[in-house]
Ligand binder design. Structure first.
Ligand code: IPD
Ligand code: CA
Ligand code: CA
Ligand code: CA
Length: 276
C-alpha cells in the first residue's frame, strides 16, 4: 500500500476551487446548443464540456500532485477497464448527468472522490446549476454548502422516497432486471424518482431527501464521492446483494438505515457487470 502522506484538507481546498471554476463553465453552457457524440450506444452521450471539464480537473490536480493517479470517465477508451491501486487516486466524473446536460435539465453534478490505500477518503459533489456543494472527509461528517447534513433515518420501504435509474444499457436481460426492481420499489414505497445523475441521487440520500437509491451497471466515477458523503452523513452503502460495497464492482445500494437495506436487498433481481 502507498505510504505517501496526503493532507486531505489541502486536497479538499484544491478540488473545491477547481470544481467551482468548472461549475461556471457547465452553468454557462447548459442552455446552449452542445456538440454531442455518442460512445457505447445511441443514448450514451459525451459533449465537449464533459471532456474539457475532465481535462481542467485532472490538469489542475496534477499541478499540485504530479504523482497521483486518475480514474476519469472521459479518459477511458471504450472497452478499457479501470483499475484501482493503493496509490492516491482521484476518481472523477466531470459531468454526471450528461443526458440532463444535453437536455438542459438541471440535475448535473461534478463528482470527485479521492481514494488512498483503496479507500475513499474525500468526496465532493457539486451541482453548479442549483449551487449545491456537498463534501465529506472521512471521519469529519458530511456537509451541504457548509451546513452539516444527515440521512433521514427512515427504516421501512413503506416510509421511503426512492431514487432509481434506467441507465443507458438496453439489453433485454438488463431491462427485465431493472423493470423488476423498479416495479417492486415503486409499489412498496411512497414514490420513486429518476433524476438522471447517480451522484445527485447519492447526495440526496446523504441530506435525507431520498431514503434509498439502487443502481447496477454504473461506474466508480459515479459512486466514489457519493459513497463517502452518504457514509459520513450516517447512511449505509452496500452492494445491492447486501454484501460489502466495492467501488469497482459497478453496483450500489445506498440507504438511510441498515434496516431498510436489509428489507429490500433479498427482493432484487441482480445484474453483475464485468469488473476487474
Ligand atoms: C450516468 C448517470 C445516470 C446513471 C448512469 C450513469 P453520466 O452518468 O449517473 O444517472 O443512470 O448509469 O452512467 O454518463 O451522465 O456521467
Ligand atoms: Ca457518461
Ligand atoms: Ca456518471
Ligand atoms: Ca459523466
Amino acid at each position: 500500500c502507498a505510504r505517501e502522506t496526503v493532507d486531505l484538507h489541502d486536497c479538499l481546498e484544491l478540488v473545491t476551487g477547481l470544481a467551482r471554476h468548472a461549475g461556471k463553465i457547465i452553468k454557462s453552457r447548459i442552455n446552449q446548443k452542445k456538440t454531442i457524440e455518442t460512445k457505447a450506444n445511441a443514448i450514451d452521450f459525451v459533449t465537449e464540456t464533459d471532456q474539457e471539464v475532465e481535462k481542467l480537473l485532472i490538469e489542475g490536480i496534477k499541478q499540485k500532485y504530479p504523482n497521483h493517479k486518475f480514474i476519469g470517465e472521459e479518459s477511458f477508451a471504450a472497452g478499457e477497464k479501470e483499475v484501482l491501486t493503493s496509490s492516491p487516486t482521484w476518481v472523477i466524473d466531470p459531468v454526471d448527468g450528461t443526458t440532463n446536460f444535453v437536455h438542459s435539465y438541471p440535475n448535473v453534478c461534478i463528482s470527485i472522490g479521492l481514494s488512498i490505500d483503496c479507500d475513499i477518503k474525500l468526496g465532493i459533489i457539486f451541482n453548479p446549476i442549483l449551487d449545491m456543494f456537498f463534501r465529506a472527509i472521512k471521519g469529519e461528517g458530511a456537509f451541504l454548502n457548509d451546513e452539516p447534513i444527515k440521512v433521514s433515518g427512515v427504516k421501512k420501504l413503506s416510509d421511503a422516497l426512492v431514487a432509481v435509474e434506467y441507465g443507458s444499457l438496453r439489453t433485454e436481460e438488463f431491462r427485465n432486471i431493472v423493470d423488476h426492481n423498479i416495479k417492486y420499489l415503486a409499489l412498496n414505497a411512497h414514490g420513486i424518482r429518476a433524476a438522471g445523475s447517480a451522484a445527485w441521487n447519492l447526495a440526496q440520500v446523504a441530506r435525507g431527501a431520498i431514503d434509498l437509491y439502487v443502481e447496477m451497471g454504473i461506474h466508480a466515477w459515479d459512486m466514489a464521492a457519493g459513497d463517502i458523503i452518504v457514509r459520513e452523513a450516517g447512511g449505509t452503502v452496500l452492494d445491492p446483494a447486501g454484501k460489502t460495497f466495492h467501488l469497482m464492482h459497478r453496483r450500489i445500494l445506498a440507504t438511510s438505515s441498515t434496516e431498510i437495506a436489509n428489507e429490500v436487498f433479498p427482493n432484487f433481481k441482480h445484474y453483475y457487470p464485468d469488473h476487474d
